[in-house]
Design a protein around this ligand. Structure first.
Ligand code: PLP
Length: 399
Protein backbone atom coordinates (compact mmCIF):
# COMPACT_ATOMS: atom_id res chain seq x y z
CA UNK A 1 0.00 0.00 0.00
CA UNK A 2 1.21 3.49 -0.79
CA UNK A 3 1.28 5.17 2.63
CA UNK A 4 1.82 8.59 1.03
CA UNK A 5 -1.66 8.57 -0.49
CA UNK A 6 -3.66 9.52 2.60
CA UNK A 7 -1.51 12.61 3.17
CA UNK A 8 -1.57 13.48 -0.51
CA UNK A 9 -5.33 13.23 -0.81
CA UNK A 10 -5.90 15.39 2.30
CA UNK A 11 -3.48 18.05 1.08
CA UNK A 12 -4.95 17.97 -2.40
CA UNK A 13 -8.39 18.47 -0.88
CA UNK A 14 -7.60 21.21 1.65
CA UNK A 15 -4.31 22.96 0.83
CA UNK A 16 -4.62 26.11 -1.26
CA UNK A 17 -3.75 25.02 -4.81
CA UNK A 18 -0.85 27.41 -5.43
CA UNK A 19 1.78 24.77 -6.15
CA UNK A 20 2.22 22.24 -8.94
CA UNK A 21 2.68 19.53 -6.33
CA UNK A 22 5.19 16.69 -6.35
CA UNK A 23 3.45 13.41 -5.34
CA UNK A 24 5.81 12.60 -2.47
CA UNK A 25 5.01 12.97 1.24
CA UNK A 26 8.17 13.59 3.21
CA UNK A 27 8.08 12.10 6.68
CA UNK A 28 11.58 12.83 7.92
CA UNK A 29 15.07 13.90 6.98
CA UNK A 30 18.63 13.04 7.87
CA UNK A 31 21.46 15.22 6.61
CA UNK A 32 21.13 15.58 2.85
CA UNK A 33 18.55 12.78 2.66
CA UNK A 34 14.79 12.76 3.19
CA UNK A 35 12.43 9.78 3.47
CA UNK A 36 8.83 9.50 2.31
CA UNK A 37 6.09 7.68 4.21
CA UNK A 38 6.95 4.40 2.50
CA UNK A 39 10.55 4.73 3.61
CA UNK A 40 11.85 5.60 0.12
CA UNK A 41 15.00 7.67 0.40
CA UNK A 42 15.67 10.78 -1.67
CA UNK A 43 18.83 12.85 -1.89
CA UNK A 44 17.81 16.51 -1.56
CA UNK A 45 19.63 18.80 -4.00
CA UNK A 46 17.21 21.65 -3.14
CA UNK A 47 17.84 22.09 0.61
CA UNK A 48 14.19 23.13 0.90
CA UNK A 49 14.93 26.04 -1.50
CA UNK A 50 18.35 26.92 -0.19
CA UNK A 51 17.34 26.83 3.46
CA UNK A 52 18.52 23.68 5.27
CA UNK A 53 22.16 24.69 5.05
CA UNK A 54 23.38 22.27 7.73
CA UNK A 55 21.14 19.40 6.62
CA UNK A 56 17.78 17.96 7.63
CA UNK A 57 16.99 16.97 11.23
CA UNK A 58 20.24 18.51 12.38
CA UNK A 59 20.98 17.68 16.04
CA UNK A 60 22.44 21.19 16.31
CA UNK A 61 19.05 22.70 15.52
CA UNK A 62 17.10 20.10 17.50
CA UNK A 63 19.20 20.90 20.59
CA UNK A 64 18.83 24.66 20.22
CA UNK A 65 15.07 24.31 19.76
CA UNK A 66 14.65 21.99 22.73
CA UNK A 67 16.85 23.99 25.09
CA UNK A 68 15.46 27.39 24.17
CA UNK A 69 11.82 26.30 24.04
CA UNK A 70 12.23 24.86 27.54
CA UNK A 71 13.35 28.33 28.68
CA UNK A 72 11.27 30.82 26.71
CA UNK A 73 9.96 31.16 23.14
CA UNK A 74 8.48 34.64 23.05
CA UNK A 75 9.36 37.45 25.40
CA UNK A 76 6.81 39.49 27.33
CA UNK A 77 6.42 42.72 25.32
CA UNK A 78 8.33 40.98 22.49
CA UNK A 79 11.29 43.06 21.27
CA UNK A 80 10.83 45.68 23.98
CA UNK A 81 12.43 43.40 26.55
CA UNK A 82 15.98 42.04 26.27
CA UNK A 83 16.94 38.47 25.46
CA UNK A 84 20.26 36.63 25.93
CA UNK A 85 19.96 34.57 22.68
CA UNK A 86 19.12 37.74 20.77
CA UNK A 87 22.16 39.51 22.19
CA UNK A 88 24.37 36.50 21.38
CA UNK A 89 23.08 36.36 17.81
CA UNK A 90 23.61 40.11 17.36
CA UNK A 91 27.22 39.73 18.49
CA UNK A 92 27.78 36.79 16.17
CA UNK A 93 26.26 38.55 13.17
CA UNK A 94 28.20 41.72 13.84
CA UNK A 95 31.36 39.64 13.41
CA UNK A 96 30.41 38.31 9.96
CA UNK A 97 28.44 41.15 8.36
CA UNK A 98 30.28 43.23 5.79
CA UNK A 99 32.01 46.32 7.13
CA UNK A 100 29.65 49.18 7.97
CA UNK A 101 26.51 47.14 8.59
CA UNK A 102 26.26 47.55 12.32
CA UNK A 103 22.55 47.58 13.22
CA UNK A 104 20.33 44.55 12.85
CA UNK A 105 16.64 43.77 13.02
CA UNK A 106 15.03 40.32 12.86
CA UNK A 107 12.10 39.14 10.76
CA UNK A 108 10.36 35.85 9.93
CA UNK A 109 11.06 35.59 6.20
CA UNK A 110 12.92 37.04 3.26
CA UNK A 111 9.98 38.99 1.88
CA UNK A 112 9.48 40.63 5.25
CA UNK A 113 13.13 41.71 5.34
CA UNK A 114 12.92 43.27 1.87
CA UNK A 115 9.58 44.84 2.63
CA UNK A 116 11.03 46.55 5.70
CA UNK A 117 14.14 47.73 3.85
CA UNK A 118 12.06 49.32 1.09
CA UNK A 119 9.69 50.90 3.58
CA UNK A 120 12.50 52.33 5.70
CA UNK A 121 14.53 53.55 2.70
CA UNK A 122 11.50 55.55 1.57
CA UNK A 123 10.88 56.87 5.06
CA UNK A 124 14.41 58.08 5.77
CA UNK A 125 15.03 59.63 2.36
CA UNK A 126 11.54 61.05 1.80
CA UNK A 127 11.95 59.78 -1.77
CA UNK A 128 9.41 57.54 -3.50
CA UNK A 129 11.12 55.65 -6.29
CA UNK A 130 12.78 52.29 -5.90
CA UNK A 131 14.86 50.83 -8.73
CA UNK A 132 14.81 47.08 -9.18
CA UNK A 133 16.07 44.77 -11.91
CA UNK A 134 14.29 42.79 -14.57
CA UNK A 135 14.17 39.05 -13.86
CA UNK A 136 14.68 39.63 -10.12
CA UNK A 137 12.78 37.94 -7.30
CA UNK A 138 12.28 39.75 -3.99
CA UNK A 139 9.27 38.05 -2.39
CA UNK A 140 5.54 37.58 -2.39
CA UNK A 141 4.13 40.35 -0.20
CA UNK A 142 2.46 43.06 -2.25
CA UNK A 143 5.42 45.46 -2.01
CA UNK A 144 8.06 42.81 -2.71
CA UNK A 145 5.99 41.31 -5.54
CA UNK A 146 5.81 44.86 -6.91
CA UNK A 147 9.61 45.04 -6.63
CA UNK A 148 10.03 41.74 -8.46
CA UNK A 149 11.13 42.07 -12.07
CA UNK A 150 9.10 39.18 -13.46
CA UNK A 151 5.57 39.78 -14.74
CA UNK A 152 4.53 36.22 -13.78
CA UNK A 153 5.15 36.92 -10.08
CA UNK A 154 3.79 40.45 -10.18
CA UNK A 155 1.22 41.57 -12.70
CA UNK A 156 -1.71 39.41 -11.60
CA UNK A 157 -1.87 41.36 -8.32
CA UNK A 158 -2.61 44.78 -9.75
CA UNK A 159 -2.90 47.47 -8.55
CA UNK A 160 0.72 47.06 -7.49
CA UNK A 161 2.66 49.29 -5.15
CA UNK A 162 3.62 52.32 -7.22
CA UNK A 163 7.02 53.90 -7.92
CA UNK A 164 9.08 50.87 -8.85
CA UNK A 165 11.36 51.26 -11.87
CA UNK A 166 12.91 48.27 -13.63
CA UNK A 167 16.21 48.08 -15.47
CA UNK A 168 18.09 45.16 -17.05
CA UNK A 169 20.22 43.21 -14.56
CA UNK A 170 23.99 43.54 -14.74
CA UNK A 171 23.78 46.77 -16.75
CA UNK A 172 25.21 49.68 -14.77
CA UNK A 173 24.47 52.21 -17.52
CA UNK A 174 20.79 51.32 -17.36
CA UNK A 175 20.75 52.20 -13.66
CA UNK A 176 22.71 55.39 -14.30
CA UNK A 177 19.93 56.51 -16.65
CA UNK A 178 17.20 56.23 -14.00
CA UNK A 179 19.07 57.37 -10.88
CA UNK A 180 17.81 60.81 -9.93
CA UNK A 181 17.15 62.67 -6.71
CA UNK A 182 13.72 61.03 -6.44
CA UNK A 183 15.19 57.52 -6.00
CA UNK A 184 15.22 56.18 -2.42
CA UNK A 185 16.90 52.85 -3.11
CA UNK A 186 18.14 50.30 -5.58
CA UNK A 187 17.27 46.71 -4.61
CA UNK A 188 19.38 43.99 -6.15
CA UNK A 189 20.40 40.36 -5.70
CA UNK A 190 24.19 39.81 -5.90
CA UNK A 191 23.32 36.79 -8.07
CA UNK A 192 19.76 36.45 -9.34
CA UNK A 193 18.60 33.16 -7.81
CA UNK A 194 15.03 32.35 -8.75
CA UNK A 195 15.64 34.20 -12.02
CA UNK A 196 17.99 31.40 -13.10
CA UNK A 197 21.26 31.95 -11.19
CA UNK A 198 22.37 34.91 -13.25
CA UNK A 199 25.85 36.09 -12.23
CA UNK A 200 26.47 39.77 -13.05
CA UNK A 201 29.77 41.15 -14.39
CA UNK A 202 32.46 41.39 -11.69
CA UNK A 203 32.36 45.22 -11.70
CA UNK A 204 28.57 45.44 -11.38
CA UNK A 205 28.21 45.58 -7.59
CA UNK A 206 31.19 47.91 -6.98
CA UNK A 207 29.97 50.27 -9.75
CA UNK A 208 26.43 50.14 -8.43
CA UNK A 209 27.62 50.85 -4.91
CA UNK A 210 29.60 53.90 -6.10
CA UNK A 211 26.70 55.16 -8.19
CA UNK A 212 24.29 54.89 -5.26
CA UNK A 213 26.73 56.64 -2.93
CA UNK A 214 27.21 59.53 -5.40
CA UNK A 215 23.46 60.06 -5.58
CA UNK A 216 22.44 59.62 -1.94
CA UNK A 217 20.56 56.45 -2.90
CA UNK A 218 20.51 53.46 -0.56
CA UNK A 219 21.71 50.16 -1.94
CA UNK A 220 19.54 47.29 -0.69
CA UNK A 221 21.44 44.05 -1.19
CA UNK A 222 19.10 41.09 -1.17
CA UNK A 223 21.33 38.28 0.15
CA UNK A 224 18.35 36.12 1.05
CA UNK A 225 19.32 33.30 -1.29
CA UNK A 226 23.06 34.02 -1.55
CA UNK A 227 23.89 34.63 2.12
CA UNK A 228 25.31 32.37 4.82
CA UNK A 229 28.02 30.67 2.73
CA UNK A 230 25.70 29.64 -0.09
CA UNK A 231 28.10 31.11 -2.65
CA UNK A 232 31.28 30.40 -0.64
CA UNK A 233 31.77 33.61 1.37
CA UNK A 234 29.46 34.46 4.26
CA UNK A 235 27.76 36.91 1.95
CA UNK A 236 28.10 36.85 -1.80
CA UNK A 237 28.87 40.58 -1.81
CA UNK A 238 31.57 40.28 0.92
CA UNK A 239 34.16 39.82 -1.84
CA UNK A 240 33.80 43.52 -2.68
CA UNK A 241 34.17 46.53 -0.45
CA UNK A 242 30.70 47.95 -0.97
CA UNK A 243 28.77 50.87 0.40
CA UNK A 244 25.63 48.96 1.34
CA UNK A 245 22.72 50.68 3.09
CA UNK A 246 20.59 47.63 3.79
CA UNK A 247 21.43 43.95 3.59
CA UNK A 248 18.50 41.55 3.73
CA UNK A 249 18.82 37.95 4.89
CA UNK A 250 16.71 34.82 5.49
CA UNK A 251 16.81 31.18 4.25
CA UNK A 252 20.14 29.77 5.57
CA UNK A 253 20.18 32.16 8.54
CA UNK A 254 18.45 29.59 10.75
CA UNK A 255 18.86 26.38 8.75
CA UNK A 256 15.13 25.85 8.20
CA UNK A 257 13.53 27.59 11.15
CA UNK A 258 11.49 30.47 9.67
CA UNK A 259 13.65 33.48 10.37
CA UNK A 260 15.17 36.50 8.66
CA UNK A 261 17.02 39.72 9.30
CA UNK A 262 18.16 42.96 7.81
CA UNK A 263 21.20 44.99 8.70
CA UNK A 264 21.79 48.70 8.15
CA UNK A 265 24.58 51.21 8.59
CA UNK A 266 24.94 53.37 11.67
CA UNK A 267 24.07 56.38 9.51
CA UNK A 268 20.74 54.82 8.53
CA UNK A 269 20.06 53.65 12.08
CA UNK A 270 20.47 57.24 13.29
CA UNK A 271 17.61 58.28 11.03
CA UNK A 272 15.29 55.58 12.30
CA UNK A 273 12.88 56.59 15.02
CA UNK A 274 10.91 54.73 17.66
CA UNK A 275 7.89 53.14 16.00
CA UNK A 276 9.33 53.12 12.47
CA UNK A 277 9.29 49.35 12.45
CA UNK A 278 8.41 46.39 14.64
CA UNK A 279 6.64 43.04 14.60
CA UNK A 280 5.24 40.51 17.03
CA UNK A 281 7.96 37.89 16.51
CA UNK A 282 10.91 40.15 15.66
CA UNK A 283 13.94 38.56 17.27
CA UNK A 284 11.98 36.02 19.26
CA UNK A 285 14.32 34.04 21.53
CA UNK A 286 13.57 30.72 19.82
CA UNK A 287 14.50 31.93 16.33
CA UNK A 288 17.56 33.72 17.69
CA UNK A 289 18.78 30.62 19.55
CA UNK A 290 18.42 28.47 16.42
CA UNK A 291 20.08 31.04 14.17
CA UNK A 292 22.94 31.45 16.62
CA UNK A 293 23.45 27.67 16.72
CA UNK A 294 23.37 27.37 12.92
CA UNK A 295 25.77 30.24 12.27
CA UNK A 296 28.15 29.02 14.99
CA UNK A 297 28.07 25.58 13.39
CA UNK A 298 28.92 27.07 9.99
CA UNK A 299 31.88 28.95 11.47
CA UNK A 300 33.22 26.33 13.89
CA UNK A 301 33.08 23.51 11.36
CA UNK A 302 34.66 25.58 8.59
CA UNK A 303 31.75 24.83 6.29
CA UNK A 304 33.09 27.46 3.86
CA UNK A 305 35.92 25.05 3.02
CA UNK A 306 33.43 22.31 2.27
CA UNK A 307 31.41 24.63 0.04
CA UNK A 308 34.45 25.52 -2.04
CA UNK A 309 35.62 21.90 -2.23
CA UNK A 310 32.27 20.36 -3.22
CA UNK A 311 31.52 23.28 -5.53
CA UNK A 312 34.77 22.76 -7.44
CA UNK A 313 34.01 19.03 -7.59
CA UNK A 314 30.52 19.59 -9.07
CA UNK A 315 31.73 22.23 -11.55
CA UNK A 316 34.43 19.82 -12.73
CA UNK A 317 31.83 17.13 -13.38
CA UNK A 318 29.61 19.62 -15.17
CA UNK A 319 32.47 20.80 -17.37
CA UNK A 320 32.80 17.19 -18.58
CA UNK A 321 29.05 16.96 -19.21
CA UNK A 322 29.08 20.04 -21.41
CA UNK A 323 31.13 18.06 -23.92
CA UNK A 324 29.18 14.84 -23.43
CA UNK A 325 25.66 16.33 -23.44
CA UNK A 326 26.40 19.40 -25.56
CA UNK A 327 23.01 19.39 -27.27
CA UNK A 328 21.09 19.14 -24.00
CA UNK A 329 22.98 21.61 -21.81
CA UNK A 330 23.01 25.24 -22.86
CA UNK A 331 25.14 26.65 -20.04
CA UNK A 332 26.57 25.91 -16.62
CA UNK A 333 27.04 28.80 -14.20
CA UNK A 334 26.90 29.84 -10.55
CA UNK A 335 29.07 30.18 -7.48
CA UNK A 336 29.69 27.98 -4.46
CA UNK A 337 26.74 25.67 -3.98
CA UNK A 338 24.32 27.76 -6.03
CA UNK A 339 24.75 26.13 -9.39
CA UNK A 340 22.71 26.35 -12.59
CA UNK A 341 22.59 23.79 -15.35
CA UNK A 342 20.62 25.55 -18.04
CA UNK A 343 18.99 23.08 -20.38
CA UNK A 344 18.01 23.59 -24.00
CA UNK A 345 14.24 23.03 -23.60
CA UNK A 346 11.65 22.92 -20.84
CA UNK A 347 9.93 19.63 -21.80
CA UNK A 348 13.21 17.71 -21.50
CA UNK A 349 14.02 19.54 -18.25
CA UNK A 350 10.67 18.48 -16.74
CA UNK A 351 11.20 14.88 -17.90
CA UNK A 352 14.68 14.84 -16.35
CA UNK A 353 13.32 16.23 -13.08
CA UNK A 354 10.73 13.42 -12.95
CA UNK A 355 13.27 10.76 -13.78
CA UNK A 356 15.55 12.04 -11.01
CA UNK A 357 12.65 11.85 -8.59
CA UNK A 358 11.93 8.25 -9.54
CA UNK A 359 15.61 7.42 -9.02
CA UNK A 360 15.67 9.14 -5.61
CA UNK A 361 17.02 12.62 -6.32
CA UNK A 362 15.09 15.84 -5.70
CA UNK A 363 16.14 18.66 -7.98
CA UNK A 364 14.65 22.11 -8.39
CA UNK A 365 13.89 23.66 -11.77
CA UNK A 366 13.50 27.40 -12.12
CA UNK A 367 12.50 29.40 -15.19
CA UNK A 368 11.45 26.16 -16.90
CA UNK A 369 14.91 25.20 -18.11
CA UNK A 370 17.34 25.86 -15.27
CA UNK A 371 18.22 22.97 -12.97
CA UNK A 372 19.21 24.72 -9.77
CA UNK A 373 21.58 22.67 -7.62
CA UNK A 374 21.62 24.10 -4.09
CA UNK A 375 22.01 21.30 -1.55
CA UNK A 376 22.93 21.51 2.13
CA UNK A 377 26.31 23.20 2.52
CA UNK A 378 27.46 20.22 4.56
CA UNK A 379 27.06 17.80 1.64
CA UNK A 380 30.08 15.56 1.13
CA UNK A 381 31.79 14.83 -2.18
CA UNK A 382 30.41 11.28 -1.99
CA UNK A 383 26.83 12.49 -1.55
CA UNK A 384 27.28 15.06 -4.31
CA UNK A 385 28.64 12.30 -6.57
CA UNK A 386 25.63 10.12 -5.80
CA UNK A 387 23.27 12.92 -6.90
CA UNK A 388 25.32 13.81 -9.95
CA UNK A 389 25.29 10.15 -11.01
CA UNK A 390 21.50 10.05 -10.86
CA UNK A 391 21.28 13.32 -12.79
CA UNK A 392 23.70 11.96 -15.37
CA UNK A 393 21.63 8.81 -15.88
CA UNK A 394 18.53 10.98 -16.44
CA UNK A 395 20.42 13.21 -18.90
CA UNK A 396 21.79 10.21 -20.75
CA UNK A 397 18.25 9.01 -21.50
CA UNK A 398 17.66 12.23 -23.46
CA UNK A 399 21.05 12.61 -25.14
N1 PLP B 1 14.66 37.39 -2.14
C1 PLP B 1 15.28 36.38 -2.76
C2 PLP B 1 16.53 36.67 -3.51
C3 PLP B 1 14.77 35.08 -2.70
O1 PLP B 1 15.39 34.09 -3.35
C4 PLP B 1 13.57 34.86 -1.98
C5 PLP B 1 12.98 33.52 -1.92
O2 PLP B 1 13.25 32.66 -2.72
C6 PLP B 1 12.97 35.94 -1.32
C7 PLP B 1 13.54 37.19 -1.42
C8 PLP B 1 11.71 35.74 -0.52
O3 PLP B 1 12.02 35.05 0.64
P1 PLP B 1 10.84 34.33 1.48
O4 PLP B 1 10.29 33.26 0.60
O5 PLP B 1 11.53 33.82 2.72
O6 PLP B 1 9.83 35.39 1.78
Amino acid sequence: MDKNMNTISIEDRYFLPVFRKIPVSIERGEGVYVFDENGKRYLDFTAGWGVTCIGHASPVIARALAEQSARIIQNPESGKTYSPPRAELLLLLSGILPHGLTRIFFTNSGAESNDAAIKLARKITGRKNVVSTLNSFHGRTISTASATGQASHRDRYEPLMPHYLFVPYGDIEAIRRVIRDDVAAVIVEPIQGEGGIIVPPESYLPDLSALCAENGVHLILDEIQTGFLRTGAFFCSSRHDLDVGFMTMAKGIAGGFPFGAFAVTEEIAEKIEIGDHGGTYCGNPLGCAVSRAVISHLIENRIADNVSDVSAFIFEILAGWQGEFGGLIREVRGQGLLIAVEMADSATTAAIQNECLERGLMINVTQGTVIRIFPALTITRGEAMEGMDILKQALARHA
